[in-house]
Design a protein around this ligand. Structure first.
Ligand SMILES: Nc1ncnc2c1ncn2[C@@H]1O[C@H](COP(=O)(O)OP(=O)(O)O)[C@@H](O)[C@H]1O
Ligand SMILES: [Mg+2]
Length: 299
């Protein structure tokens, strides 16, 4: 579940691999190396595994932070062994947490080691090109050695999901619970700037609340407040302030937000109030705003 530009790019890579023969016939090859980068929780590992499934190829998944050894000199050897193993099979080699290699650089005693490791990587990546598909994944592309970075034919950035994708992700993780559309939309609105992993976590909180309080009002706003409190640093500040502020302001945002465009009934549904209460609350707010504007115009 990605923005359409990214989804198209992914499909292109998958299509190339699914049609290797057709490509070979015209003297071309599919991309052999792909670097996926983006913030933590944007779905990179999930995407790589999905690609492998689409291509119906087994995966050798390696977390490089596990491979970077605290024993001087053994990391380069570990990398060599890993590639030797992967090259024996028709498989996709997935190098997750790729930037772990770069962390060696923080240690001045490791200067020789990082050189050896980078060289081992470059050589092995080059040698593997004729054998199979390699995907590197990193949260910190800037940490990567530029020479390693350049080795990847395809460099795919996974952005944070936009509103429509957030809605899709929320709906996906909601099963088997069926939530009203308004609830899904409000979750997507609330997770502005958030990642797929955060939406998944929020939906989990929502489902738990639903399951526990089956009898009473679902209380979506309460669930969102609870999530915002427990995940303070991860929630968009403006969305958060609306959630904890004056309810009439929140209702107005829900009505006027171009992505939500909630009707009075929609607002009532998420707030657990009837339409006329919402209408009255909003009416008072609009009147107050009107007065203020009037005063400003007079003055
Ligand atoms: N775009 C997305 N679509 C669907 N699920 C997502 C998406 N982004 C993140 N997730 C979910 O969030 C969690 C973390 O995803 P993961 O692939 O491990 O992220 P990353 O490798 O980028 O840190 C997983 O459970 C995954 O299913
Ligand atoms: Mg990952």
């Amino acid at each position: 579940m990605f923005n359409s530009r990214v989804a198209t790019a992914i499909q292109t890579i998958v299509d190339e691999w699914a049609n290797v023969e057709a490509l070979t016939d015209v003297g071309l090859e599919p991309a052999k190396t792909c670097l996926i980068f983006g913030e933590p929780g944007t779905g990179k590992t999930r995407l790589a595994l999905w690609m492998a499934r689409e291509l119906d190829m087994p995966v050798v998944l390696v977390r490089l932070d596990g491979l970077v050894s605290s024993f001087l000199g053994t990391t380069a050897r570990n990398i060599g062994n890993l590639f030797t193993f992967a090259n024996r099979h028709r498989c996709i080699l997935l190098l997750d947490e790729f930037d772990a290699i770069a962390k060696l650089r923080d240690d001045p005693q490791e200067v020789g080691e990082i050189k050896r490791v980078v060289n081992a990587l470059l050589q092995n990546l080059d040698a593997r090109r004729s054998i199979g598909f390699t995907i590197g994944i990193t949260n910190h592309p800037r940490l990567l050695d530029p020479a390693v970075w350049r080795r990847f034919e395809v460099q795919l950035e996974i952005p944070k999901p936009d509103f429509d994708v957030r809605l899709e992700i929320a709906r996906h993780f909601m099963t088997p619970v069926t939530a009203p559309d308004t609830h899904l939309k409000l979750i997507a609105w609330f997770t502005e700037d958030g990642t797929g992993a955060e939406i998944e976590a929020l939906v989990r909180t929502y489902k738990k609340a639903e399951a526990v309080r089956r009898e009473r009002q679902p209380g979506l706003l309460h669930t969102l407040q609870q999530f915002a409190t427990l995940n303070s640093a991860r929630v968009n500040a403006e969305r958060r302030s609306h959630l904890f502020g004056d309810p009439s302001m929140l209702f107005r945002v829900m009505r006027d937000d171009p992505e939500l465009c909630f009707s009075l009934a929609d607002i009532g549904e998420v707030a657990g109030k009837d339409k006329s209460t919402i209408s009255r609350t909003l009416g008072r707010r609009d009147a107050r705003e009107g007065e203020k504007e009037g005063v400003a115009a007079d003055g």
